[in-house]
Design a protein around this ligand. Sequence first.
Ligand code: CP
Length: 313
Amino acid sequence: MPLTESSRRLASRHLLGLEGMPKEDVQLILDTAKSFREVLERPIKKVPTLQGKTIVNLFFESSTRTRLSFELAERRLSADVVNFSADVSSVKKGETLKDTARNIEMMKIDIIVIRHAAAGAPHFLSKVVNAIIVNAGDGAHEHPTQALLDLYTMREKFGQIEGLNVCIVGDIAHSRVALSDIHGLKAMGANVSVCGPKTLIPREIERFGVRVHYKLDDAIRESDVLNVLRIQLERQAGAYFPTIREYREYFGITRERLDKVKRPMTIMHPGPINRDVELSANVADGEHSLILQQVLNGVAVRMAILYLLGTAN
Ligand code: CP
């Protein structure tokens, strides 16, 4: 495993987002993740790389995949791990994010992994504490580790990302995954488009260099990969489409719809899935779905990020 001290380092000491991340840094993370992916196939899936480092997972929003994946990644790197849940913390008594983080940091924490409903919360923390900050999802802004595991999974499947036609389908407006995916895919040279109802596509999204489809069949015809997003009912303040049934009819990915193009279509989804809303069950579980592979790769990608940030001086 080529995990001897590497002279290659990331440009930033934090991972706050993929906006502006150089291609070389994305590539370094993906290459490093490949080594850790091999570690995950060993009988003993553990390396001593972060022995002596302490990492706190500061989750102010619910999570299954990201939280478990970070914790597994941290333990497999031999770090000491502390978990924080806002629900059972002094946040309930009115303590601010800044006070919470500064108190935690006094307990000699090296890395803070944070998920928060407010866009910019990780950026704020990076200014008020000395620990390394990793963004595990901030509001509808960015979810960089999800995008990096998406990129890893695409590269694993297709060999390279450059020139790949990737369409992000669904609730673009409320998605932190969409923005991070767009930044990461563009950095790696993919052709990126988005597809969804007009009400769920942010105005001026084209300025990120993406095409917009309002008809799902057009998007399917022109894509190699559909990265399907969850309809984020919890973040939608108003009614963005008449009914779930109508959404499914126009934008739901079904076997019948995919069968119209006479070639395999790779399906991805960050999870959790609204089954039979944005994605039919037989497509989610079908032979061209990479959804569970994304979850597996997520551990390796997070190991790579924590390794690169945690061992930089
Ligand atoms: N993909 C993702 O962020 O899932 P969780 O909300 O379960 O962490």
